[in-house]
Design a protein around this ligand. Sequence first.
Ligand code: BTN
Length: 240
Amino acid sequence: MKIIKLKEIDSTHKLALRMIENNSAFECGIIADIQTNGVGRCERKWESAPGNLYSSIIKKIPPSVDICKISLATACAVHEAVENLIDSKEHLYLHWPNDIYYKNKKLSGILLAVVEDWIVISVGINIHSVSAPTAVSLDSIVGGFCVSAHQLFDSVLNKLSTWLNLLQIEGFFGIREYWLRNITGMNSEVTIRNGRDSLSGIIRGIDELGRLILECNGRKIYISSGDMFMNEKEIMVKYD
Ligand code: BTN
């Protein structure tokens, strides 16, 4: 896959969307050393100091594959790429819908956009620095420099290609299994926010369609999008 390597850009995600808009898109990876206007999910800002991974992948949407499943497959790819670099693998989690957490802190975020028959898969990973106390960097986990953004992007691309092939050939089963092995908050109480709506319940897994299964007052509710917040008390019990 061709990789576009940039020193600085407003946002690799926005660049990918512009390429699609001006009909100049092709299947490629984009990586930038610095972003001046990085974006996260729900139109949040994504602080983008030098040293971390800022990347986007433009792909044609594979026939008859759900976007939700591509999102979960991407999280598996990032989780695996990072897992290879750290010793304390048992603390590395998939955090629904598609974040990677180390203990109770965010290590990586994924942002997806679909335009016509294109999908933009954007991945940010904190390698050297963080912009909030709720985030964690790879360097701080490993205790020193462990990987460059370019090396890590190569690894994410390789893993992603494997997971997407698996999804197309064998379906969602392996991805779901990987999620169930690595998900944070299983059987714990969480709150899911979606715009102004919020719903609290206990995580009971991921269903065959990639939706989060939340048990609320004894009923199972199936959720396909939103932001997940853990109950703070449970996090303290788990890690202190
Ligand atoms: C999130 O968790 O909110 C998603 C964060 C996605 C950040 C990446 S960094 C590379 C790409 N360019 C952006 O502006 N955002 C994504």
